[in-house]
Design a protein around this ligand. Structure first.
Ligand code: IDC
Length: 269
């Protein structure tokens, strides 16, 4: 019943193992002020789905008293219904069974990272991406609802999680099989070149619960520009300076040492 703002980092892919191969790595994150870690399980990039890694991260965050956001990290192609992502059912069932067998209560689910049609443009032009998301949501939410009926679940929004307004203009139909889920919507923000989208976030925050499941100080490429002033602006919006006065939680991209400007550490650092 107490309002809380979750703040922390997202991992990069599991292949940056030096950054997430033991509890100490998450302890460092906690020591820097994080109360949540987002675990980005890339589906078709890197070495593929590594369920044991995600379970380990769930365990580390449990031991440290942090929240954990498990992210089914689709990216390209951007349709979550794509055949290449067909493992979502097995993935969420297995993760939920792990969480339940341990009696954990600290895990939140993100059904998919950034749905998109891989075409740049104003987010509102890509309404049909919302149809893809609604279709996918009706497949995955009953699975989560069955195993973890009152979980907090993030639903992605069109064009790389930019158009969160769709969530209240045309809401996801709630079915009995997942009526206990606490649905929130994802918004992503890259400060160096996406400041113009903060208005979308501010407006949506008056109508639906929003979670900034990824944001960076860099541009959206992850490796150019760093705009700390624009980042501060986003934090103001997240801290309640939005049309709903909503306190918005977030995960920063990324806790990695790839050596790109969106990464927290220097290369190999
Ligand atoms: C980027 C990584 C980069 C990697 C690329 C492709 O920073 O090292 O080569 O993905 O896998 C997103 C995505 C996220 C991106 C990030 C930065 O969710 O996967 O990571 N970004 O580009 N959306 C907007 C920006």
């Amino acid at each position: 019943g107490e309002p809380i703002q979750l703040r922390g980092w997202s991992t990069h892919g599991s292949w940056f193992m030096e950054c997430y191969n033991d509890k100490g790595d998450f302890e460092k994150m906690k020591n820097e002020g994080a109360n949540i870690a987002r675990i980005a399980q890339y589906v078709t990039e890197g070495s593929g789905v590594d369920k044991q890694w995600v379970k380990n991260c769930i365990d580390y965050t449990a031991e440290l008293g942090m929240y954990c956001l498990v992210d089914w990290h689709i990216l390209k192609p951007g349709n979550p219904n794509d055949g290449g992502y067909g493992g979502y059912g097995d993935f969420f069932r297995d993760m939920i069974s792990h969480v339940k067998s341990k009696g954990y209560t600290h895990v939140l689910w993100e059904i998919c990272n950034e749905p998109n049609d891989d075409v740049e443009g104003a987010p509102a032009e890509f309404d049909y991406v919302w149809d893809w998301i609604k279709e996918y949501a009706q497949k995955v939410l009953p699975i989560i609802g069955e195993g973890d009926p009152d979980a907090v679940v993030m639903v992605g929004t069109p064009q790389w999680d930019q158009d969160v307004t769709r969530a209240f203009q045309d809401p996801i139909e709630i079915k009995d099989s997942f009526k206990g889920l606490q649905i929130m919507y994802s918004f992503h923000h890259y400060a160096a070149d996406q400041q113009r989208y903060l208005g979308i976030l501010s407006g949506a925050a008056a109508f639906v619960p929003v979670f900034i499941t990824e944001w960076g100080l860099s541009s959206h490429t992850g490796d150019s520009g760093v705009d700390t002033k624009a980042g501060d602006h986003m934090l103001l919006v997240a801290n309640g300076k939005n049309l709903g006065g909503q306190i918005i939680s977030w995960a920063n991209w990324s806790w990695s040492d790839k050596g790109e400007s969106s990464g927290t550490f220097t290369g190999g650092g």
